[in-house]
Design a protein around this ligand. Structure first.
Ligand code: LLP
Length: 419
């Protein structure tokens, strides 16, 4: 945890002490380390350096302009799944020809925006979508580059809500239909089928599912090329896991070995779409204890952050590490549930964690919250979206302001006939 460390027992992000941020920006707040993001990007790109791979950052993991810009500045392209993400990636300066667009339900309007921008590639997930893309492209006199998203029917061995590569999942087209798809694409006027794509799930801690899926993709690519289809590229998706709690994640080198072994010799350009791996470990949610409640069965530490700010624990049983910002060196530990103020039993950020004595006013950080944290937050219970802060060495900046309740109210309108 080199970018998150203690100095005189106080948790710092790089050279910035968290109590300083809490005092100046308030809590709850997301805090990200720019150096951590840079070092993650560098580790992955270096491990893959001998392969012809482009890295498309999956913007859904953290779509703050500053984060996309930071990664874009290092050479990353973007993987987007909506017109909103496309606009964010373009606004952050990602060149259109480094943007890939996935998702099972792209509307014609979204397709049109992507074609207008001249993006690099659509991952096409169904026959009707292929036809829609051709229609929209033809209507503006262009031709769109598409890759067929194949569902390799491999169990990614991850949480059920984030597994995507089994036949029963809604994503991609079954392998057996691929050849037919390419033949149909060739008959359409305004699409060019240039490759294959896949994504079997997120937070993969085991490389075997990758190995199985990439091997199937390689076999399919060879078969299609033998049948005369001119493939240029293979998009291998994202999903590389990180270490929450006691997890053990594969190293970039181990992952790169799998890529090299399975698809490295096909003579095709490769692409990957990592999201969580780039930013997950680079961020935390900073909260403050409101009350401590001693129950007969349990101790509840009630913090000012809640499930609307970080939904992963309750939605995916995710176990984010918990750190006291100061006072962590105390030896006496007792179990506690760390919960928010929302009126639902599912509103917890961590359960049954051993913590030293904590008091109202103490700061508590939930680690590894840089991916799928802020982007999945909501204003449930009329709780305004929390700010995001980027630290870079001794510098820091608010990269998204805290929303206000006035702003929430201002978005509603009461029809005239009600007043
Ligand atoms: N490419 C495609 C087509 C995807 O659907 C996804 C994630 C990615 C790339 C990036 O996956 P990553 O490298 O971040 O694992 N909200 C969930 C994760 C949902 C992932 C959805 N798709 C969570 O908090 O765990």
């Amino acid at each position: 945890m080199t970018h998150f460390h203690r100095r005189s027992d106080v948790l710092h992000v790089e050279d910035v002490a968290l109590p300083v941020l809490a005092d100046q920006v308030g809590t709850p707040a997301y805090v990200y380390s720019a150096a951590a993001i840079r070092s993650r990007y560098t580790a992955l790109s270096e491990a893959l350096a001998d392969l012809d791979v482009s890295i498309h950052y999956a913007v859904k993991a953290n779509s703050n302009q500053a984060v996309i810009k930071l990664l874009g500045g290092m050479g990353a392209g973007a993987d987007v799944v909506s017109a909103g993400e496309l606009a964010r990636a373009l606004a952050a300066g990602i060149p259109a020809d480094q943007i890939v667009f996935a998702g099972v339900g792209k509307t014609k309007d979204e397709i049109r925006q992507a074609i207008d921008a001249d993006i690099h590639l659509f991952s096409v997930e169904s026959q009707p979508e292929l036809e829609a893309i051709s229609q929209v492209a033809a209507s503006v006199g262009k031709s769109a580059r598409v890759a067929l998203r194949v569902n390799p029917d491999v169990d990614a061995k991850t949480h059920a809500k984030i597994t995507t590569g089994k036949a029963e999942n809604k994503f991609g087209v079954e392998i057996g239909f691929a050849a037919d798809f390419f033949t149909r694409a060739a008959a359409l006027p305004a699409v060019r089928a240039v490759g294959l794509s896949m994504h079997i799930g997120s937070q993969l801690l085991d490389l075997l599912p990758y190995e199985a899926a990439y091997t199937r993709m390689a076999d399919l690519a060879r078969d299609l090329m033998r049948k005369g289809h001119a493939l240029e590229l293979l998009d291998l998706g994202g999903g590389l896991g990180i270490e929450y709690g006691a997890d053990k994640a594969p190293t970039p080198k181990d992952y790169a070995d799998v890529v090299r072994r399975t698809v490295g010799g096909l003579g095709l350009k490769l692409a990957i779409e990592p999201g969580r791996w780039m930013v997950g470990a680079a961020g935390l949610l900073l909260t403050r204890v409101v009350y401590v409640k001693e129950g007969s069965a349990k101790r509840f530490v009630i913090v000012d952050g809640a499930m609307n700010d970080l939904i992963r624990p309750t939605l995916y049983e995710a176990e984010h590490r918990v750190e006291l910002v100061s006072g962590a060196s105390e030896t006496a530990q007792r179990p506690a549930d760390l919960v928010g103020p929302i009126c639902e039993t599912g509103d917890y950020l961590a359960r049954n964690r051993d913590l030293p004595l904590v008091n109202a006013g103490d700061l508590i950080a939930f680690l590894d919250a840089g991916a799928y944290g802020a982007v999945m937050s909501s204003t449930y219970n009329s709780r305004p979206l929390v700010p995001e802060i980027l630290v870079d060495g001794a510098k820091w900046a608010v990269i998204r302001e805290r929303e206000t309740v006035a702003h929430l109210i201002a978005r509603d309108t009461v029809p005239e006939w009600l007043v």
